[in-house]
Design a protein. Structure first.
Length: 255
């Protein structure tokens, strides 16, 4: 009988959590902590989300989760720092593999900013402090901004992609990423402002249309990422007008 491939403890935990689905909402805390601890990192910085797209929908529940993760780290002798950040809307302006990668490249290249950059600076600066590289958070942010301005951040991404056998050329030419054949505008029904959004529903909708990865079991290879459909939309607080689309559907086919 063919033996199943052995997986690192963290991968086993992550896969088990994916397969369990809803059960993770009740027993996900120790599993998630075990996954991070199994990585072998000397220090861990966690981004605990809150809002309509998060496991914990309220700030109070998210803070409780963050504290539980930090406590587990302390019991294991590993320093864990947790930040609670908003997930009441997509962190960036796009949903879908290629579009999200493009947005990350644009930030590293200095062409974009917004909440994604802000959260990255908050998390990354604390990672530098935890690693003993930066004196404090302000020093960490200054180092990260210098890496962005000097091109060192984008160069590191290029190096990481090449090391995994990918096309590092996308860092210099984002049109090498998968491109949708059609961009279908989604008009606003009337003038106004985007008050809020159901981030989880947006994520499931994009996944069902082919923009994400589906559940797989531990002994199977993950299915390839698909790029059949991706989304772009206004952030909460953005003005929507009837004559202008407030969202767009990037798709390989119309209808």
């Amino acid at each position: 009988m063919k033996a199943r491939p052995r997986l690192p403890a963290g991968a086993k935990v992550k896969t088990r959590a994916r397969v369990k689905g809803k059960a993770r909402e009740k027993a996900g805390v120790p599993e998630e902590a075990a996954e991070k601890l199994a990585s072998g990192a000397g220090a861990i910085v966690l981004d605990v989300k809150t809002g309509s797209g998060a496991l914990m929908r309220t700030v109070e529940d998210s803070i409780a989760l963050a504290k539980a993760m930090v406590d587990i780290g302390a019991q294991a002798g590993k320093p864990i720092l947790a930040l609670v950040t908003g997930m009441e809307q997509p962190l960036g302006t796009h949903v879908g593999n290629a579009l999200e990668v493009k947005e990350a490249i644009d930030i590293l290249a200095g062409r974009a900013g917004g909440d994604l950059l802000a959260v990255s600076l908050e998390l990354g600066s604390r990672m530098l402090v935890a690693a003993g590289i930066a004196r404090d958070v302000d020093d960490g942010k200054a180092r990260m901004k210098h890496a962005l301005e000097s091109g060192a951040g984008l160069a590191k991404l290029r190096e990481m992609i090449a090391a995994q056998g990918g096309d590092a050329g996308v860092c210099d030419d984002v049109t090498r990423l998968p491109q949708a054949k059609h961009l279908v505008p989604i008009p606003a029904p009337h003038d106004g402002y985007v008050a809020d959004m159901d981030t989880t529903a947006i994520g499931y909708c994009a996944q069902d249309l082919g923009a994400g990865r589906h559940i797989f079991v531990a002994h199977q290879h993950a299915p390839p990422l698909q790029s059949r459909c991706q989304l772009a939309a206004l952030a909460a607080g953005g003005r929507a007008q009837v004559q202008y689309p407030h969202a767009g559907l990037h798709s390989q086919q119309r209808g």
